[in-house]
Structure formats: C-alpha cells, structure tokens
Design a protein around this ligand. Sequence first.
Ligand code: MN
Length: 243
Amino acid sequence: MLVNDDGIFAPGLAALREVLQNRGEVMVVAPHEEHSGMSHAITIHRPLRLKKLEQGYAVTGTPADCVKIALETLRFKPDFVLSGINNGANLGTDVLYSGTVAAAIEGVLNGIPSIAISLAGPQDFLPSAAQMVEELLFVKPGFLVHPELLPRAGVLNINIPALPREAIQGVRFTRMGVRKYDSFVHQHQDPWGGRYYWLGGTPSELESDELDVDLVAVDQGYVSITPLRFDLTDYQELERMKT
Ligand code: MN
C-alpha cells in the first residue's frame, strides 16, 4: 500500500508507484490535498470523503486517516505500507512534524512493516531517487524481498540526497539528529482588516559532523536509513527518576 502527505497528485507518489507496480499488487490511498507537517493528526470532528481516482483512492483527510480508511473501510491487507516519496527531507526533528513518517507509523501500529521515503531536495531528482528506492527495496539490502531485515516494531525512515544516482556515495544507517530552523512568522492583513499569520522557516547551518547522524549522512551525499520507534520514553531518565 502506498500513501504520502503531499497529496494523491504528487509526482513523488507517482514515482514510487512506478517502482512498485510490476512487483506486486499496488494500492494507493492518499490525501486529496497536501497535508505536509500534519504529523499524526486524525480527523474526528468532520466527515471524510473517499473518492476513487485514476491515481488511487483519495481521502479528504490526513495521512494517518488514509491508512485507517485503507485498513478499516477498504479492508486492505497490505504486506507493507510505503509512504512517499516525500517532497523534501524528513531528517532529525523534522520527523516529529512529518505526515509522511506518521503514515508509516500508523502502518506499524497496525502490525504492518512500514517505510517512509523522502527526497531531501528538489523534485528534479525524483528519477534518480526512484532508482535508488528500487535498489534499496529489491536489490541491496532488498527490504521488500528480505522483509526480515525490516524493524519488527518500528518504521524505517529513508532519506535520499538530491543527487544524480552516480553521485550518491552509498548508504548509511543513522540515528535521528536535531534539525534547527531559522523560523519566521509573517504577519499580514486580510481584505477585512483582520490580521493573519504565516509560519515558515529555512534549515539553519548543520551543527553536527557526527557521521552516524541522519542529517550529516544526507549532507555528505549518502542515503540515510534510520530505524525509528514511536515509544518516546527516555529510558535513561526513567531509571534516574526512579532512583
Ligand atoms: Mn510532504
């Protein structure tokens, strides 16, 4: 099953579909519109609509809603949930805001091995990213042909550098770093004189040079693969507090 947070018409979803379509049965359930930055939000205060389009099923909700609808309503029984290919990186603390990663987590919460895939840069590199994804899933390490390689109770978070295939340095297994942003809040006025605000930001300079950090790996031209778990408990602190 394929899902994303950029919406059902996103080129990254089409690219991922192309990689998979001759390898097995592919089902697509994706948000009707873009829902980046929605994290694990679910829609419980308004109705959801489901529409069958050429691209797959479109849901008027969030990425996590899509996975719920696919499993509960459409009765899909997918072997894997693949989320992406996201338009932009999901590195470091981006993961906490990511609808792409959340959709994959929703898959894992339902007992399905799930992978989040992101392209850390402009969409022009989608063809080379798709080629890389094909290699990772079916050749080396071949996560879909050797599913025993996947985490049993967590998500694989894959980020692909925006480079031509031959310029990608290799693969690094990494841990989640911290991504800092120079963030802004722009203030504007609507036509009736009311104020509104627009949030945004650009990633600031990398502070870390530790090779096992996801951000550093991608910055150095490597594919970053991080096993994530959603148990946010800090076990070290837990022990300290108990004493
Ligand atoms: Mn997105």
